[in-house]
Design a protein around this ligand. Structure first.
Ligand SMILES: *[C@@H]1O[C@H](CO)[C@@H](O)[C@H](O)[C@H]1NC(C)=O
Ligand SMILES: *[C@@H]1O[C@H](CO)[C@@H](O)[C@H](O)[C@H]1NC(C)=O
Ligand SMILES: *[C@@H]1O[C@H](CO)[C@@H](O)[C@H](O)[C@H]1NC(C)=O
Ligand SMILES: *[C@@H]1O[C@H](CO)[C@@H](O)[C@H](O)[C@H]1NC(C)=O
Length: 883
């Protein structure tokens, strides 16, 4: 099946194409195309000369490969010039030199442009310029980069790929002289000489031109987009008579070819299922090939040619990245789930049916469908801007870790470093070798499965001295497209950091849940030494004391039993942490981690009888501040959180009994202040202290207790240094005692007082009543004693009891003694005082009531009430003042 095309160009604007299609029985198809104006223009552009220097896989950098042009004398000078060129590097060198122009031995850097990694450097008039650029200069190997430098006496403007990229000031204010030597491919440290092998260009250069004027941004854009040939009037590489030195090859090519972007395909010449092929392309940061036009299809067909036998014994050779599994006959792109626009099935394909859901390229370039589980070769579509990182060695900058996959060695893909490293297959050893371009093997790796690429993490054996390891040592190296903000699974898959150590498998091989230790120690860490504080100050511990609840308050034994939590936070700048991002800001350290680090110790003072019980202890990090991206050489790609910015917190929960000297002067209205003390070991003196301003105390339990009400919980007076003192205020509930003691007492007093008003004849009743009050009072007193602390100190309550007893006692005495007098009185009263001779006895009662009853009256109506009321006023007043 062939297609025969005749093209007849009638004029530059009209263009006939005749296609003889065998499938249409040699019918003649005529297509007229009107070629657009720009295409004609581009087609008419003269060819340009491409100079290639130091290219090739095994080329060793040499100091004698360059292109030289000596400007004719007498000299010419210009104040405004533009220098443009297009370069394509095959490999970077330490200094990737764009061009070097010298005036004399002293002025060897009159004009010098070069880049190191992703940074552009320029020298003008022998001075290094401070460039103000728009970002890193991402030049990819084997892609064209167009540069224009617009120079004036004061200012330097740089255009990259047709766009403004950066600028610099020019100093000193001078004209540009053109009577010196221009060197391409090397950097001259003297006029036309003194070269170094690390300062070269390994690649191609075209269209180097110098104009005696400023090109406009539009002209620069047209140049960059291959719309003009761009020959300068001071110099053009296409027309100038230059000298080649060393193996410099010159070829001609069309200007339009420089802007053509051809997709880059890579055949994976091992047999895999469709799914495995898709994964493999992803690990190469590429997509599975899906041809989108006849042209692309035939390019892939041509690439396949050398692997025809290796790939399959059947005509189905390489898998394409399409499937019709979802809807029969509707082919979907496996890379993006979009329906494909171009299909190349030729009858009898596709067979269709349930089992044949994948498509493969047949030797003639047409497609055929087959079962997805069959193993065949595949091909990936690699973008030039995508690269892999080789981690585990000791490169100086990130740019050197970059690798691309291009070409084949011994029938398998070759991984080419951006600089001078290669990872290639060695068939006879069945090993992947890491070599440099002078063919020295640096390390080797035997894959567990011969079909595997050296992607992901692998253990390599060192073969020649590198990075301070000795020969024969094993090192883990990784090759993957994972950027630093991702974690690499051992397989080479990239996952987000938040999925690391989150107790779920996200990597196919489960490696995201390996190695989940949070704490990383600096070398030389000693867990018995406290971390240094800020400056020369001792380490400040922030204490957070939380009184959870009062379990019991025993006022007889004068002890309180409390549950509390002590949390101490501090920073240890000798540590770093990892995996904090997945733990929702609360990473609890494992026992193993805790045992490795310094943890503050302290002692609880005034614990009664050693009754302290540690209920729970944990150490955690509850922030995830300022993560540091992993080093570009680190195989273990975990974010590191610095210990200085992420606090460690020790949380301990206790239940303990504390002795507390309760005060009972004002019982039952007294206010108790008890305290819990905490002391750091004396060995911490001058090194560790408890901070005052960062510490806080709080109470979270219920305020109302059985006998007390919890008042303030506060820091004690001598807080600081090695000592913390937590005070809390307990207010006694007086009301229950008032109800159960004071009120009954008052009632007894009333009864006792009332007894003074009983008919004076009922002696027995009066005495019994008043005596009964005394007895009852004693009973009340007894019940009270059992619930009050025994202290030798005199309490106000004791005064109350004493006075009450005294009053009741006096009342009893009053009854007894006043009664005796009254009995006399009574007899006296019943005796006639005088006899009258008339026989009638006249009984004149003596004014005994006046003499005898008057003190009683005084006592019961005035003295007693006044005494009781006065005493009470004084008593309660004192009590409330004392509180
Ligand atoms: C290539 O890698 C980058 C960064 O990891 C990622 O964003 C991109 O999706 C990858 N491309 C392919 C085709 O896998
Ligand atoms: C590299 O060295 C090996 C053995 O030392 C040799 O077989 C091989 O041909 C060399 N390759 C090149 C390109 O020089
Ligand atoms: C390489 O990594 C594996 C898995 O993490 C580990 O078991 C092994 O010890 C490492 N080898 C070296 C030499 O570090
Ligand atoms: C102190 O601890 C309590 C209870 O654990 C907590 O609610 C509070 O946020 C902590 N305060 C500080 C400053 O850590």
């Amino acid at each position: 099946m062939y297609e025969i095309r005749f093209e007849i160009v009638y004029s530059t604007r009209l263009h006939f194409v005749m296609v003889l299609d065998p499938r249409m029985q040699f019918a003649l198809v005529t297509i007229a195309t009107i070629i657009t104006n720009t295409e004609t223009q581009e087609a008419r552009l003269p060819e340009v000369k491409m100079y290639s220097l130091q290219k090739g896989l095994w080329s060793t950098p040499m100091t004698n490969v360059f292109v030289r042009y000596d400007f004719p004398k007498p000299w010419q000078s210009y104040s405004d010039i533009t220098i443009c060129y297009r370069i394509r590097v095959e490999r970077f060198s330490e200094y990737t030199i764009h061009l070097s122009y010298a005036l004399s031995h002293q002025n060897a850097n009159e004009i010098l442009f070069y880049n190191m990694a992703t940074e552009l450097y320029t020298y003008l008039h022998d001075l290094k310029q401070t460039l103000n650029v728009k970002g890193p200069l991402e030049m990819y190997p084997e892609t064209w980069n167009h540069f224009c430098h617009r120079l004036s006496r004061l200012d330097h403007k740089i255009y990259w790929q047709g766009q403004f990229y950066g600028s610099a000031q020019v100093f000193p204010n001078k004209e540009y002289l053109f009577n010196g030597t221009l060197i391409i491919g090397q950097e001259q440290d003297s006029l036309g000489g003194t070269f170094a092998s690390s300062q070269i260009l390994q690649g191609d250069i075209v269209q180097l031109s110098i104009w005696d004027r400023h090109l406009s941004p539009e002209e620069i854009q047209d140049l960059a987009n291959c719309k003009s040939e761009g020959r300068g009037n001071i110099f053009s590489l296409d027309t100038a008579e230059v000298n080649k030195l060393g193996p410099v090859s010159i070829s001609s090519l069309k200007v339009s070819d420089l802007c053509k972007q051809q997709p880059h395909y890579l055949v994976l010449p091992e047999r895999r299922t469709v799914t495995a092929s898709l994964v493999q392309c992803h690990l190469l940061n590429a997509s599975m090939v899906v041809p989108s036009s006849k042209e692309e299809n035939s390019r892939i067909r041509n690439l396949l040619a050398p692997f025809m036998d290796a790939c399959s014994s059947t005509p189905w050779k390489i898998w394409l990245g399409i499937t019709d599994e979802m809807h029969e006959g509707v082919w979907i792109d496996l890379n993006g789930d979009k329906p494909v626009e171009f299909e190349n099935f030729v009858s009898p394909y596709p067979y269709g049916g349930r089992s044949d859901n994948c498509a493969a390229l047949l030797p003639d370039g047409t497609w055929g469908d087959a079962k997805c589980s069959l193993k065949k070769c595949s091909a990936c579509h690699v973008q030039p801007s995508k690269y892999l990182y080789l981690r585990g060695l000791c490169f100086d900058n990130e740019h050197e870790t970059r690798f691309r996959v291009e070409g084949y060695i011994e029938g398998r893909p070759l991984f080419r470093g951006y600089y001078d490293l290669l990872v290639m297959w060695n068939q006879s050893l069945s090993q992947w070798l890491l070599t440099n371009t002078v063919n020295t093997t640096i390390a080797s790796m035997s894959p567990s499965d011969l079909n595997d690429y050296p992607l992901g993490q692998n253990e390599w054996t060192i073969k020649s001295l590198i990075c301070g390891t000795h020969i024969g040592a094993k090192v883990n190296l990784s090759l993957s497209p994972c950027m630093p903000d991702h974690f690499m699974c051992y397989s080479g898959e990239c996952i987000k950091h938040q999925y690391r150590c989150n107790l779920r498998f996200e990597c196919e091989d489960g490696s995201d849940e390996d190695d989940c230790d949070v704490v990383h120690l600096e070398s030389g860490y000693r867990s018995h030494l406290p971390p240094p504080g800020l400056g020369n100050l001792p380490l400040q511990l922030a204490l957070n004391f939380t009184l959870a609840r009062f379990v019991a308050i025993d006022i007889i034994k004068m002890s309180i039993s409390v549950d509390f939590q002590v949390s101490i936070s501090w920073e240890d700048n000798r540590l770093s942490f990892s995996h904090l991002e997945s733990t929702k800001n609360k990473a609890i350290l494992t026992r193993g981690d805790v045992s490795k680090i310094w943890i503050p110790r302290y002692r609880l003072l005034s614990v009664e009888g050693g009754l302290v019980q540690l209920l729970e202890q944990e150490v955690l990090v509850n922030s995830a501040n300022n993560p540091r991206l992993p080093d570009f050489n680190a195989v273990k790609m975990d974010l590191m959180y610095p210990g200085a910015e992420n606090q460690l917190i020790l949380i301990e929960e206790y239940t303990a009994n504390f002795a507390c000297s309760l005060q009972f002067y004002a019982f039952p209205f007294d206010v108790q202040v008890c305290s819990i003390s905490l002391r750091l070991p004396s060995s911490y003196e001058d090194f560790v202290a408890i901070s005052d301003e960062k510490s806080q105390v709080s109470f979270t339990g219920p305020q109302e207790l059985a006998l007390f009400m919890v008042g303030e919980v506060r820091k004690g007076p001598d807080w600081g240094d090695g000592h913390a003192h937590i005070e809390f205020v307990l207010k006694c509930h007086g009301s229950s005692v008032v109800l159960s003691f004071f009120l009954p007492c008052l009632m007894l007093l009333l009864v006792s007082w009332g007894s003074l008003f009983i008919n004076w004849d009922a002696f027995a009743l009066r005495v019994m009543l008043s005596f009964g009050t005394l007895l009852l009072f004693y009973l009340l007193r007894l019940t009270l004693i059992s619930s009050t602390p025994v202290t030798m100190a005199v309490k106000f309550l004791d005064v109350w009891v004493l006075i009450t007893v005294l009053i009741l006692f006096v009342n009893v005495l009053v009854h007894i003694f006043l009664q005796d007098n009254d009995v006399d009185d009574y007899y006296n009263r019943t005796k006639p005082l005088l006899m009258r001779p008339a026989g009638g006895a006249v009984m004149i009662a003596r004014d005994s009531s006046k003499s005898q009853m008057k003190p009683l009256h005084l006592y019961r109506m005035i003295i007693l009430p006044v005494a009781v009321v006065t005493f009470n006023i004084i008593f309660w007043a004192m009590l409330f003042i004392l509180r």
